[in-house]
Design a protein. Structure first.
Length: 295
């Protein structure tokens, strides 16, 4: 994390193209040497796709390149103009959730480690609804503080993940004014994950979305993010070859499920949709850490 903090500070003094080139080179080295993050990604991708050998190596190379793209974009996000951010982001299935997002009540958005959630959050906070995110408190604390400052500069309110107090704050937000509570939930970091089925295997995911929505009596909405190539005028406006697509999933009402199994049932509902979307675009799933496989 100290190395990342150094990169963060140095990148602000470098041309954006140089930051991208360094991130790409580091990702290629990690992939070529089968470094631990690349090895973990490859194992996770194998479990999702069933691929092996050369096909799996090709997919993991694309996955490492996608992860490098995310980190380089995070380093440059504070230097982008609003018009550049707007040119990089677009939505799919928005009409299906328009009423929910434009209503008076908040909602919980479930995200996975896909695409660039910071870029989309910066866009959504200005164009859709107020955005609140929960972030893992990193060590050293300076790294976490840098992440928080960057996200707040682009309009994202950030809460540090610090146990029960954070959960209570999220419930308060869920009972307040309109907004989207965005929770990265495919990887459980609480140690109290709920077991669901994804890709035909039992895994543990974060219980937060279902628990917060149930307690606050608000809806849950899974959201998939993936990269797409930009061309023409949009590419020139974005000053990038890549944009991020925000695909909205079906709105899930916790009240539709029995109280006794509500957290598990709601979690399975969003996890099933998310698993299908990740399987469609596995190269943009940046799961370079241990995942919650149960077998």
């Amino acid at each position: 994390m100290t190395a990342f903090l150094t990169a963060w500070r140095v990148s602000g003094k470098l041309p954006i193209e140089a930051t991208r080139a360094v991130a790409s080179a580091v990702s290629w080295w990690a992939w070529a040497t089968h470094a631990k993050p690349a090895a973990r990604l490859e194992d996770n991708l194998h479990r999702v796709t069933g691929l092996e050998g050369r096909e799996l190596r090709r997919l993991s190379r694309r996955g490492m390149a996608s992860a490098a793209r995310y980190y380089s974009e995070v380093l440059e996000l504070g230097r982008l103009t609003e018009s550049q951010i707007d040119a990089r982001a677009r939505t799919e299935n928005f009409e299906d959730v328009r009423e929910l997002l434009e209503g008076d009540a908040p909602a919980v958005a479930v995200l996975s480690h896909c695409g660039n959630w910071d870029m989309v959050g910066a866009w959504a906070s200005r164009n859709l609804t107020p955005i609140t995110a929960v972030a893992e408190v990193l060590e050293p604390r300076e790294v976490f503080d840098e992440f928080v400052a960057m996200r707040e500069r682009v309009g994202i309110r950030v809460l540090g993940h610090e146990g029960g107090s954070t959960f209570r704050r999220l419930i308060e937000l869920g009972r307040g004014d309109r907004g989207l509570i965005c929770l990265l939930s495919d990887r459980d970091i609480s140690g109290r994950g709920v077991e669901v089925e994804m890709w035909g295997a039992p895994v543990k995911v974060a219980p937060g979305p279902a628990a917060v929505a149930s307690a606050a009596r608000i809806s849950v909405m899974p959201v998939m993010l993936h990269y797409e190539r930009l061309r023409g005028e949009r590419r020139r406006a974005a000053k990038s070859r890549w944009g991020v697509v925000m695909t909205f999933g079906p709105v899930i009402d916790p009240a539709d499920y029995p109280k006794e199994t509500r957290v598990a049932d709601v979690s399975q509902a969003w996890a099933s949709w998310m698993a299908d979307r990740i399987a469609e675009r596995p190269e943009d799933w940046h799961m370079l850490q241990r995942f919650g496989w149960q077998s």
